[in-house]
Design a protein around this ligand. Structure first.
Ligand code: SAH
Length: 312
């Protein structure tokens, strides 16, 4: 079920092509570009040899600031083009990248801070800026996970502690908090993602309820959570199933996204091996035709079909 796209106040964006030395220098420049107001970045890698090509996106009102910053940062053999307006036709792509307000349900909308949207009465807004981390709601796997979370809302309360494995921007943990969970822990092996999740938590005044650490789930103390969410590719998720199971409360629920629909059958024996079973499944086809699956998973010994997440 595709999420409904809400009425969006269209923003003007510019993009700027930069040729920069590959490797740490390009990474450093990308970080500086975000500091200077960029909201998106694409590495095209078309340039030859020691150089790579970055396309930096920013809201039009930040174009001059971005241009000045890039000019000041570049070495003599590096180059930045003039910022140019992003054509309207790129908006279909921008939507997939999560640069628009995304209405997950009548209760939840996820949007970047630079996109205007008027929430409906009773609708919670989550501000998630893309930065360099994954997870703005625009990707089908994130959207599926958000829809699965929304379906759990009745069981979320101040006593619900959530574990978000591979938190990226923090979007899933923050959505769980917005939907009523009391506290959350997010982990990500990528320190840039952990930083972005902390920033997004602060942006939503949820930083006291979300604890983020850079590292894998295996680094967690042996604590069990009534709700675990993980939007990871199959190859990333499969080795973590034992850990997911170990951190899931006996009456808990794990929401697993990031799987292509045809990967699910091969995952099921691995889930069983980890003491888990699929209770229900939701599929979503993205704009490119890929079919993604989100799974509601419970401990294999858990009683059949419960209505929601048990309190911690
Ligand atoms: N939760 C966000 C981001 C998903 S992208 C969303 O739903 O949109 C997957 C994230 O998992 C990436 O940020 C990646 O760095 C992280 N990741 C990959 N393997 C991991 C592991 N073993 N432990 C923790 N994080 C992992």
């Amino acid at each position: 079920m595709p999420a409904r796209r809400s009425a969006i106040a269209k923003q003007s964006f510019v993009r700027c092509s930069v040729t920069v030395a590959r490797g740490p220098r390009a990474e450093w420049l990308a970080a500086e570009a975000f500091e200077a107001g960029a909201c998106g970045l694409e590495e095209r890698d078309a340039a030859e040899g020691a150089f790579t090509s970055l396309v930096v996106y920013a809201p039009a009102e930040r174009a001059e600031r971005l241009r000045c910053a890039l000019t000041a940062l570049l070495a003599d053999d590096e180059h930045a083009g003039e910022p140019e307006p992003v054509p309207d036709t790129d908006w279909s792509q921008a939507w997939r990248e999560g640069l628009c307000a995304l209405e997950i349900s009548p209760r939840l909308v996820v949007r970047p801070s630079f996109v205007a949207h008027t929430a409906r009465p009773g609708q919670a807004t989550l501000l998630v800026d893309p930065g360099q981390a994954f997870g703005t709601g625009g990707h089908a796997s994130t959207r599926l996970a958000l829809e699965l979370l929304d379906a759990e809302r009745a069981g979320l309360g101040p006593g619900t502690r959530v574990l978000d494995v591979g938190t990226g921007t923090g979007v899933l943990a923050l959505a769980a908090l917005r939907l009523g969970a009391g506290s959350a822990v997010g982990c990500d092996v990528d320190p840039v993602a952990a930083h972005s999740a902390r920033e997004n938590a602060a942006r939503n005044a949820l930083d006291r309820r979300l604890q983020v650490f850079a590292g894998s789930i295996s680094a967690l103390a042996p604590v069990r959570f009534p709700l675990v969410v993980a939007n990871l590719l199959r190859r990333e998720l499969a080795p973590l199933l034992g850990d997911v199971s170990a951190h899931l409360a006996p009456e808990g629920v794990a929401l697993l996204s990031g799987l292509l629909a045809d990967e699910v059958p091969a995952l099921e024996p691995l889930l069983r091996g980890a003491g888990l079973r699929v209770e229900s499944r939701r599929d979503l086809t993205d704009a490119t035709g890929d079919r993604w699956s989100g799974l509601r998973v419970v401990p294999a010994r858990a009683p059949a079909r419960r209505r929601g997440v048990a309190p911690a």
